[in-house]
Design a protein around this ligand. Structure first.
Ligand SMILES: NC(=O)c1ccc[n+]([C@@H]2O[C@H](COP(=O)([O-])OP(=O)(O)OC[C@H]3O[C@@H](n4cnc5c(N)ncnc54)[C@H](OP(=O)(O)O)[C@@H]3O)[C@@H](O)[C@H]2O)c1
Length: 299
């Protein structure tokens, strides 16, 4: 029997990480999941899990030498823009230095390195394609861009995947998404204020999983966007959640982003173009409406 490819998925306790572990474990890979603390994944049985902090070079080195990975999906990150803004050194350590440690440590095994980046490396005037000049508006975006540059300069065969505003089913042990926040509040009859002056191309998590599997199968080289095909404001998304679940949409109040003054600058017009993924990976995401339906059927 042919040896299964060994794949490391970092940040396996996070939202995307858990979905990637569940999805790729069902495929032709031997999955090694790693995150900080205890394993939170309740769905994948007999998961090979390494509890480790990626900023701990010694522990990282031991794990990589033991696993000898063919593929690394580096998905772990300090992913909240507010935390990155407030704790900059920690952000650099987790998002930039840790990426360098993984690249350096894994080099002897020459893996295909798949880095999970973000639309936040871009500025205004989205949706952006892969040729758009990066122009991060906040520290989180800057840190992810620096990590991308390290990946590009590593000498490894690499793919950089950029998603935006990820949503999907939320199982036990996973953090809830924006969609679940909307659902929970409306179910309790609570009014919510949702911004209507920002636009995104929300990405269904299973579309990302399928797209990343295609990247791995083709050993896709370079950067590619895996996003949704629809452009919506969070307010419009909230209305669609209410419609799908027959909840009271009168509880959803549209507001402008200056209603929530915050130090972190976010693009008003963001979102990512997906023509390249359609052409090169046969990527065809679901509509947002369908993604919302799927999120609540199974989550
Ligand atoms: N969510 C989105 O809408 C979105 C959009 C664009 C791009 N992305 C990117 O997608 C990736 C996954 O996002 P997500 O929303 O799933 O994030 P998440 O839920 O915050 O998960 C990130 C995971 O990384 C782990 N982690 C962070 N630093 C680590 C370290 N030093 N050592 C070990 N583990 C570490 C975290 O551990 P703890 O649980 O201990 O904190 C967490 O489990 C990130 O790279 C993010 O930048 C996300």
């Amino acid at each position: 029997m042919q040896e299964k490819l060994r794949i490391i998925i970092t940040g396996s306790n996070g939202f995307l990480g858990q979905h990637l572990v569940n999805f790729l474990s069902q495929r032709h890979f031997e999955v090694f999941a790693t995150s900080r603390g205890a394993n939170q994944n309740k769905l994948t049985k007999d998961l090979c899990y390494y509890s480790l902090d990626l900023t701990d070079k010694v522990a990282l080195n031991t794990a990589i030498e033991t696993i000898k990975p063919h593929i690394i999906i580096h998905n772990a990150a300090m992913s909240k823009p507010d935390s990155c803004h407030n704790f900059r050194e920690e952000c650099i350590l987790n998002n930039v230095s840790a990426t360098k440690y993984i690249l350096d440590t894994s080099k002897p095994f020459n893996p295909y390195f798949l880095y999970v980046s973000t639309d936040f490396i871009f500025g205004e005037d989205g949706p952006h394609d892969e040729e758009t000049m990066p122009k991060p508006l906040n520290f989180y975006g800057e840190s992810k861009l620096k990590a991308e540059q390290q990946v590009q300069e590593s000498g490894l065969s690499y793919g950089i995947m950029r998603p935006v505003f990820i949503y999907g089913p939320s199982y036990e042990g996973m953090r809830p998404t924006f969609l679940h926040w909307v659902k929970n509040n409306l179910e309790q009859g609570k009014e919510i204020k949702v911004v209507n002056d920002q636009r995104r191309t929300p990405t269904y998590v299973y579309d990302i999983c399928k797209g990343m599997e295609a990247m791995i199968d083709k050993r896709f080289e370079g950067a590619i966007h895996l996003a949704g095909k629809d452009i919506f404001s969070p307010y419009q998304m909230a209305l669609m959640v209410a419609k799908e679940l027959n909840l009271d949409s009168n509880l959803i109040r549209p507001v402008t982003s200056d209603t929530f003054p915050e130090p972190v600058v976010r693009a008003k017009q963001s979102g990512l173009e997906i023509d390249k993924a359609r052409r090169l990976l046969n990527y065809e995401p679901v509509s947002f409406e369908e993604g919302v339906r799927q999120s609540f059927i199974s989550g």
